[in-house]
Design a protein around this ligand. Structure first.
Ligand SMILES: [Zn+2]
Length: 75
């Protein structure tokens, strides 16, 4: 038992949402549903042995800047 502070109402079923943070814009999935969705839709990478995540919007932006072919009306 580490800590005897029972004022923390973290009955939020397990993992904190901060598990996934966009390395680009700092966004985090809002809620458990968004979190599990993010695990599927966000781009995952590994940097220095750590998982890195890039949110959908940022990966789209990267894609756009890489390809450079899509016009701005694409999103
Ligand atoms: Zn982002």
């Amino acid at each position: 038992m580490a800590g005897h502070d029972d004022t923390a109402p973290t009955a939020d079923a397990g993992r904190p949402a901060s598990d996934i943070v966009c390395t680009s814009c700092g966004a985090t999935p809002d809620g458990a549903e968004a979190l599990s969705l993010a695990r599927i839709t966000w781009a995952r990478g590994v940097e220095n042995g750590r998982d890195t995540w890039t949110c959908e919007q940022c990966s789209r932006r990267f894609l756009r800047s890489i390809e450079g072919k899509l016009d701005s009306s694409w999103w």
